[in-house]
Design a protein around this ligand. Structure first.
Ligand code: URA
Length: 257
């Protein structure tokens, strides 16, 4: 027997907290009867429905979207801004996918969507070691001290960031800006913008070019595709790996500045 909100969350239809809200709103039934108690437990043979959709029969769906700027990573927005679910084609709508983590309104790039709550927790939970790689256009010319600090970890909102892989892609002296490539394994709020702010640089443009094994290359902006089973399995494997990036041969910091 398991709590009903756990069953709902495992089916991918909603997080546990949202499942509790659904229960309290009277939208959940067990064997045809509305339940309104958060303590209700169900067994394998019980039929659980949300809005009369049988949750145990929902199949899991895993998508990747190349998110354009100007979209909110949420299932709704109180200010009526565009949300990434607007970009989900009709054929996928019935699966009720939600974003795996978040990219800011003005960030573009790789974002996964799924209806599998357990998968989402593996990807973005505190134990997840998934690498996220970004291209960051910053105002000003990056110096080595800032680069080293980003690499080794900086304090943001009272927490040290884990080691990151950082390299300079290009410097535009005419427009006084730098393009930096950075790979991190955590997912703190606005982590990249905060990290650069701490070392004295303002982020002008941010693109996530990789999430684990999923790269942005084969998708144009706004385009979406299903992940293959192999890609999903690899993501799950990667989420179990160490979070500590080692700044050794992979590091491409340029020391001529
Ligand atoms: N870090 C940020 O600051 N913003 C994002 O959208 C993603 C990572």
């Amino acid at each position: 027997m398991e709590r009903i909100q756990k069953r709902i969350a495992a089916s991918g239809i909603a997080s546990r907290r949202k499942a509790e809200e659904l229960i309290l709103e009277g939208r959940v039934k067990v064997n045809g009867h509305v339940v309104d108690s958060l303590g209700t437990k169900v067994g394998p043979k019980d039929e659980v429905t949300v809005d009369d959709i049988v949750v145990s029969k929902l199949s899991s769906l895993y998508l990747v979207l190349n998110k354009p700027r100007g979209y909110i990573c949420s299932v709704s927005d109180e200010f009526d801004r565009k949300i990434i679910l607007d970009l989900v084609p009709d054929e996928f709508k019935k699966f009720k996918v939600f974003p795996v983590g978040r990219l800011d309104y003005d960030t573009k790039g790789v974002i996964l969507l799924t209806n599998d709550g357990e998968f989402m927790n593996k990807m973005v939970g505190p134990k997840s070691g998934i690498q996220k790689e970004y291209l960051v256009r910053v105002r000003g010319i990056m110096n080595n001290d800032a680069l080293n600090r980003l690499q080794n970890g900086v304090m943001i909102n009272g927490k040290m960031t884990l080691p990151a892989l950082v390299s300079i892609e290009s410097i535009d002296r005419d427009n006084s800006s730098s393009l930096v490539r950075i790979t991190i394994t955590q997912g703190m709020n606005h982590q990249i913008k905060e990290m650069f702010k701490v070392v004295g640089y303002e982020v002008k443009r941010l693109t996530r070019i990789r999430f684990g094994n999923i790269k942005i290359d084969d998708l144009s902006e706004g385009e979406i595709r299903r992940l293959t089973i192999h890609e999903v399995k690899t993501l799950i494997e990667l989420s179990k790996k160490s979070k500590i990036l080692s700044n050794n041969s992979k590091l491409k910091t340029i020391h001529y500045l």
